[in-house]
Design a protein around this ligand. Structure first.
Ligand code: NDP
Length: 434
């Protein structure tokens, strides 16, 4: 803690992980002797740099950017970039730490990293975002590469930002390689990458429900967020026969008791992805819905919850409300959206609880598939990528079951942490003292 003073999110992520793996580490002295946990909780390397850019009015603006290269034991560093005004080192360390074990769970050869900047894309023109991305890449390009570190999107970094970043990397290096994922389809992107995190989160949930003899069909689903992950989680939940009744953003949530169908989702995609508007507009368009300013959707009774906005967006009281309302499954689309006490409440109530590391791994898995396609200079069809995504999510589910089953209940938190840990730890042991 002394080394990482004030990094609350990082402490939270490490604590949850250690709770799961400690008994196993204690039973296997080779890990203790090698100080594996000490080594795993210290990033390999952190790069911190200034990003200077000019806004449309000609003012010089200064931001700070980071790349946390956490662990490359099982493959090159891989993880998203986040642009949000509150981004800080502790947040990126929590995300890079989680990413290491998530990537391990996918079964693909990817290490863990995360990065970003305290830049707020909201209200900025496309040209401002472009100048910021180009300036950021002037430094970042030295630290990344298709066999070294392959960034992707995250909060505030979508198709537009990845395109600006990739265009600048290509210009600086004079090389066209798969150094970023989430690229446009015209320049090396993969089909289904945009949808992958949301779809994967729902596939994971369907696997959990199937494993207990149930399914999403006919279930009422509460989704939070209205960004990349939330939109495609809602789309897949609807496709599988669920009724999606909520979405949100940082200003509040909408409740549509009639259900958010394909036509309404098309409106939301245009609102959020093209017009960059606010979810409150949904209420004006669809009179059957209500917008609740400054609130989160967890008080609305539902069978399944998909928190898909941000960290710590579901606290212990909200978890108890969901349990009281009979929630059967929770599948985390966002990273660490549930506070630790909330996680414990779900586990104690024997709710099917899919932690982010497992449930939202579909995004990075398809990023891994994008890298493979780039490496062989091929593009796979939509069905091929989607079927690989489904298979990967089922395999992650099964790893959680084999590592987390006890007394007729699967503790997916323990299962995901243990399965993710073992592969990384064994690689680290094999390398000796490094
Ligand atoms: P987007 O930027 O597309 O959307 C983020 C959504 O969350 C928006 O609706 C946003 O609302 C809301 N949000 C962001 N910050 C806050 C906050 N502090 N309080 C309340 N709401 C907030 O990001 P993504 O959909 O890509 O990411 C969402 C989550 O999923 C993150 O935790 C991310 O790390 C995780 N994730 C994303 C992956 C991906 O492939 N994109 C992969 C794996 C995990 P507003 O517009 O008002 O800010």
């Amino acid at each position: 803690k002394k080394r990482n003073t004030g990094q609350k999110l990082f402490h939270q992520a490490v604590r949850e992980f250690i709770e799961s793996v400690m008994p196993f580490v204690q039973q296997n002295p080779q890990y203790q002797k090698a100080q594996i946990l000490e080594r795993m909780t210290e990033p390999d390397r952190i790069v911190i740099f200034r990003v200077t850019w000019e806004d449309d009015a000609g003012n010089v603006r200064v931001n700070r950017a980071w790349r946390v290269q956490f662990n490359n034991s099982i493959g090159p560093y891989k993880g998203g970039l986040r642009f949000h005004p509150n981004v800080n080192l502790g947040e990126l360390k929590f995300l890079g730490f989680e990413q290491t074990f998530k990537n391990s769970l996918t079964g693909l050869p990817m290490g863990g990293a995360k990065g970003g900047a305290n830049f707020n894309p909201k209200g900025k023109s496309d040209r401002e975002v472009m100048r910021f991305c180009q300036s950021l890449m002037i430094e970042l390009h030295r630290h990344i590469g298709e066999d070294t570190d392959i960034p992707a999107g995250d909060i505030g970094v979508g198709a537009r930002e990845i395109s600006y970043l990739f265009g600048q990397y290509k210009r600086l290096q004079n090389r066209f390689v798969g150094v970023l994922t989430g690229k446009g389809l015209a320049f090396g992107g993969s089909l289904v990458r945009t949808e992958a995190t949301g779809y994967g989160c729902v596939y994971f949930c369907e696997n959990m429900l199937n494993h207990s003899g149930d399914s999403i069909k006919g279930k009422t689903c509460a989704v939070s967020g209205s960004g990349n992950v939330a939109i495609y989680a809602a789309e897949k939940a609807h496709e599988l026969g669920g009724k999606v009744i909520t979405l949100s953003d940082s200003a509040g949530f909408i409740h549509d008791p009639a259900g958010i169908d394909a036509e309404k989702l098309a409106f939301i995609k245009d609102l959020k992805e093209v017009r960059r508007g606010r979810i409150a507009e949904y209420e004006e368009k669809y009179k059957e819905a209500n917008f609740y300013a400054g609130q989160r959707p967890w008080g609305v009774p539902c069978d399944v919850a998909f928190p898909c906005a941000t960290q710590n967006e579901l606290n212990v009281d909200e978890a108890k409300t969901l349990i009281g309302n009979g929630v059967k499954a929770v599948s985390e689309g966002a990273n660490m959206p549930t506070e630790l006490a909330g996680v414990h409440a779900f586990l104690d109530a024997r709710v099917l609880f899919g932690p982010a590391k497992a449930a939202n791994a579909g995004g990075v898995a398809v990023s891994g598939l994008e890298q493979s396609q780039n490496a062989v200079r091929m593009s796979w069809g939509r069905d091929e990528v989607d079927s690989r995504l489904k298979t990967i999510m089922r395999e992650i589910h099964d790893k959680c079951v084999s590592n987390g089953d006890a007394d007729g209940y699967t503790n997916y938190v323990r299962g995901a942490n243990l399965a993710g840990f073992k592969k990384v730890a064994d690689a680290m042991l094999a390398y000796g003292v490094v």
